[in-house]
Design a protein around this ligand. Structure first.
Ligand SMILES: Cc1ncc(COP(=O)(O)O)c(C=O)c1O
Length: 416
């Protein structure tokens, strides 16, 4: 522990995102938290070393640094800030969202254990769960998004964890966290929610009883498409166990990255308000457009989880998915005609990013495999940045003019 000042909890979201976790007095009178670019920390004398080691041995938090893999001052400020924003006792930051997910799974699951994962989850989380955890003797059941009867059926005496995501990619499904927590608790399992698409501005799973919340901080938390990081937040005893595992696996973020993340977090509320506004207004515009077949956005009453989203979330984020009344080629021509967004993976930064999942995240699958996952050639995922709404809509309108509209069948109900 580098920072001994008590947490400043007071204030609303942006007041906390600016001030929480920050000691008022920083080294050299600096207003911002400096980057401490060191891999190792030295001890003044042997007495200081022994005091440090004795604290560690007694399971107490160290009062100083020892080695970069066990934390650094900027990391600690980010962690205190994230805990304050998500309403958890402690947070732990990682080198990437996947480091946060994999380290957490490896902390709580051992040979013979079982866990439940919701279907519409991040594909690398799914791949790790199916390909790597199984090698360690841990079994995993994948249950359809929003089917709580199937979730109940999947629970076993050896189920230790239920892992969900909210909202999901690309269909922005919103999981009913209180319902999942009720099922998990009744079976003695922990609930872990990946709220990367939600962010603590829009949804705080711990307030609904989840035990742990995980984020790819690469996305909205960092917010500028310039870093990779991850985080997990929850009760102190759970985070202490994950921290121990991180100390062994080593997926720690570098001091420079942590500084960028700290800087990004201070404007999270401002950015999310604009992302939410852009998401809602663009989704409404698209839903009215004659070249658009269907729009998925939790803020639209037509979304299958609108009721759950309205109950649990205070905003619905900047990602909008939609299908055009054309085919894969027509959709590619539409994307090429867009002038504002970059074409690429990822989301949550100030710059808008667009992708055609059939040609990006699902490129290696053939058409039948893609369709089985509900990914049509004409699906677009648009991660809106913080540009002005009217410019984003004008750009979409001119690109939609070029869509060669074809007869198009609506996806059947029940499709993810
Ligand atoms: C929902 C979700 N979880 C986890 C991750 C992994 O995060 P990272 O890319 O920071 O490792 C991503 C990345 O796209 C994601 O979208």
């Amino acid at each position: 522990m580098f920072i001994t000042e008590p947490e400043r909890e007071e204030g609303h979201f942006s007041t906390r995102s600016v001030h929480a976790g920050e000691p008022k007095e920083k080294p050299f009178g600096s207003l911002t938290m400096p980057i401490v670019q060191t891999s190792t920390y030295h001890f003044e004398d042997t007495a200081a070393l022994i005091e440090h080691m004795e604290r560690k041995e007694a399971g107490l938090e160290p009062l100083r640094g020892e080695y970069g893999r066990y934390g650094n001052p900027t990391q600690e400020v980010v962690e205190r800030k994230l805990a304050a924003l998500d309403g958890g006792e402690r947070a732990l930051v990682f080198a990437s969202g996947m480091a946060a997910v994999t380290t957490t799974l490896l902390t709580f699951l051992s040979a013979g254990d079982h866990f439940v994962l919701t279907e519409d989850c991040y594909r690398k989380t799914r791949q790790f769960s199916l390909e790597v955890m199984s090698r360690l003797g841990v079994t995993c059941s994948i249950v359809p998004q929003g089917d709580y009867a199937k979730m109940e059926e999947a629970m076993r005496p050896e189920t230790r964890l239920v892992v969900g995501e909210t909202p999901t990619n690309p269909y922005l499904r919103v999981i009913d966290i209180p319902r999942v927590v009720e099922i998990a608790r009744r079976h003695g399992a922990l609930t872990l929610i990946d709220a990367t698409f939600g962010t603590p501005y829009n949804i705080r799973p711990l307030e609904y009883g989840a035990d742990l919340v995980v984020h790819s901080a690469t996305k909205y938390l960092g917010g500028h498409n310039d870093l990779l990081a991850g985080a997990v937040i929850g009760r102190a005893e759970l985070i202490a166990r994950i921290r121990e595992m991180q100390g062994m696996l080593g997926g720690v973020a570098a001091p420079n990255t942590l500084y960028l993340l700290l800087r990004g977090l201070k404007t999270l509320g401002l950015r999310m308000a604009r992302h939410n506004e852009n998401g809602q207004r663009v989704a409404e515009f698209l839903e009215r457009h004659p070249a658009v077949c269907r729009v998925w956005y939790p803020g639209l009453p037509s979304h299958p989880d609108h009721e759950v989203a309205a109950r649990l979330m205070s905003g619905f984020g900047g990602v909008v998915s939609f299908e055009l009344k054309t085919d894969l080629q027509g959709t590619a021509a539409f994307i090429d005609a867009l002038k504002l967004p970059y074409m690429g993976p990822s989301l949550g930064g100030v710059e808008s990013i667009v992708e055609q999942p059939a040609l990006m995240s699902h490129f290696t699958l053939d058409e039948a495999e893609r369709e089985a996952l509900g990914i049509r050639g004409e699906l677009v995922r648009y991660a809106l940045g913080i540009e002005d709404t009217q410019d984003l809509i004008a750009d979409l309108a001119q690109a939609l003019e070029r869509v060669p509209v074809k007869a198009h069948t609506l996806a059947e109900d029940g499709r993810p």
